[in-house]
Design a protein around this ligand. Structure first.
Ligand code: ATP
Ligand code: MG
Length: 391
């Protein structure tokens, strides 16, 4: 087992010592068999959430209604879910009821795709009722059971199928693809937050070009907010598409492709966080600057480190400029200041320069001007030089 799973195996062992069954399930088993790096570790157990809470010292009840808790063990977090079966999905969001059960088999049956429906015990023995291993070997995404029924139960699985195509570069099995086509309009009934969460992973996928291919082939995008109002947006996506690491970058790209829809509108329609909005605005400002002035000092100064990667990708698409993250880091290194805190003066100094003046917004504005002069190299970052410049 890889290090991460070997550590988590202690949690399985403790559950077993207490008389329960416990397995690794979901993405970590899939990623292990695909030879990919392992993300979060999900554990399934016969122990009820109450029992889990009694066994471990630190347990956070995050989703008791579907039997999920987070177990903190040896400084790591594990999502531990009681074996369950889902009742009917009358609202197409949540099952009406869930039943806790004693064996793993029926728990695997409720899972979306064969590659996600395998379990592995602490010794590495795999339970694979739905031939997930075989589908992984053939690079196929296939629903567990009848695709039409499974997508009707939870249409988010349609989005998850394209998301996994984008992450793994797998093909979608023909039956599953046909079922996606027949159920796709029901995507419109799902909470947008759930869709956005999957689409963020979609655009980050190493094989996002494969994902886009499946969007085009299925027309799934015609049921997503705003995108559905612009049928040709999908044809204007950069070719080949490259992974974008933040959803803010995705929004910035969509805005560049369709300026009729403001960033604000994208953010509202997709119910994005304030953080995503800030990323989108910052990248948009940087891309606009790249188009007008090229990669200059002000651009580098204002661009947050976390945006470098996506900026290089989008800069290539929209301005055909080949910049590397290292280019940006090197330029940033040469700047006289890295942030406003590095300025040789602050608001107090300004007040001291003008003992008779009253405080007010002019101080902040003056500091902005000073900052601008210093980063462009017109003014030395030195208290005396700055005072002389002001006076
Ligand atoms: P990731 O590596 O991105 O976390 P994952 O496969 O672990 O991928 P999660 O969303 O963490 O995806 O879900 C964990 C597991 O729960 C999945 O592997 C799958 O077995 C099951 N699952 C998640 N969402 C659904 C769903 N909508 N319908 C059925 N099963 C699901
Ligand atoms: Mg997971």
């Amino acid at each position: 087992l890889p290090e991460k799973m070997a550590q988590a195996a202690d949690v399985l062992e403790i559950l077993e010592k207490n008389g329960h069954n416990a397995y690794f399930v979901g993405g970590c088993v899939r990623d292990l068999l695909c030879g990919h790096e392992i993300g979060d570790i999900d554990i399934a157990t016969s122990a009820t959430p109450d029992a889990v809470q009694k066994i471990f010292d630190k347990v956070i009840p995050v989703g008791l209604e579907h039997g999920t808790v987070i177990v903190r063990y040896a400084h790591q977090s594990y999502e531990v879910t009681t074996f369950r079966m889902d009742g009917d999905y009358s609202d197409q969001r949540h099952p009406d009821s869930v039943y806790f059960i004693q064996t793993i088999d029926d728990d695997l049956k409720r899972r979306d795709f064969t590659m996600n429906a395998m379990a592995m015990d602490k010794d590495g023995t795999i339970i694979d009722i739905y031939n997930g291993q075989q589908d992984i070997d053939s690079g196929l995404i296939r629903t567990v059971g009848n695709g039409h029924d499974r997508f009707k139960e939870d249409p988010l699985r349609i989005i998850r199928a394209v998301r996994f195509a984008s992450q793994l570069g797998f093909s979608i099995a023909p039956d599953t693809l046909r079922a996606m086509l027949s159920v796709k309009q029901e995507i419109e009934t799902i909470a947008i937050e759930r869709i956005a969460h999957e689409m963020e992973k979609f655009f980050r996928g190493t094989h996002v070009q494969t994902g886009i291919h499946y969007l085009r082939e299925t027309g799934v995008h015609n049921h997503l907010p705003v995108i559905k109002d612009f049928p040709h947006l999908i044809d204007r996506l950069p070719e080949p598409m490259r992974p974008l690491h933040s959803f803010g970058a995705v929004i910035a790209m969509l805005y560049m492709l369709e300026p009729a829809v403001s960033i604000q509108t994208w953010i509202k329609s997709w119910k994005c966080s304030n953080k995503v909005k800030q990323q989108a605005l910052e990248l948009d400002a940087a891309l606009a600057r790249l188009q007008s002035d090229g990669l200059d000092r002000c651009l580098v100064y204002r661009l947050p480190d976390s945006c470098y990667k996506d900026f290089t990708v989008l800069g290539k698409f929209f301005s055909n400029v080949s910049i590397t993250e290292k280019d940006i880091r090197d330029m940033k290194q040469l700047l006289p200041i890295k942030s406003k805190q590095d300025l040789a003066v602050d608001g107090n100094d300004i007040i001291h320069f003008f003992p008779d003046a009253k405080g007010g917004p002019w101080i902040g504005e003056l500091l902005n001007d000073i900052e601008q002069e210093v980063i462009t190299g017109n003014l030395r970052n030195d208290k005396k030089a700055i005072r002389d410049w002001i006076k």
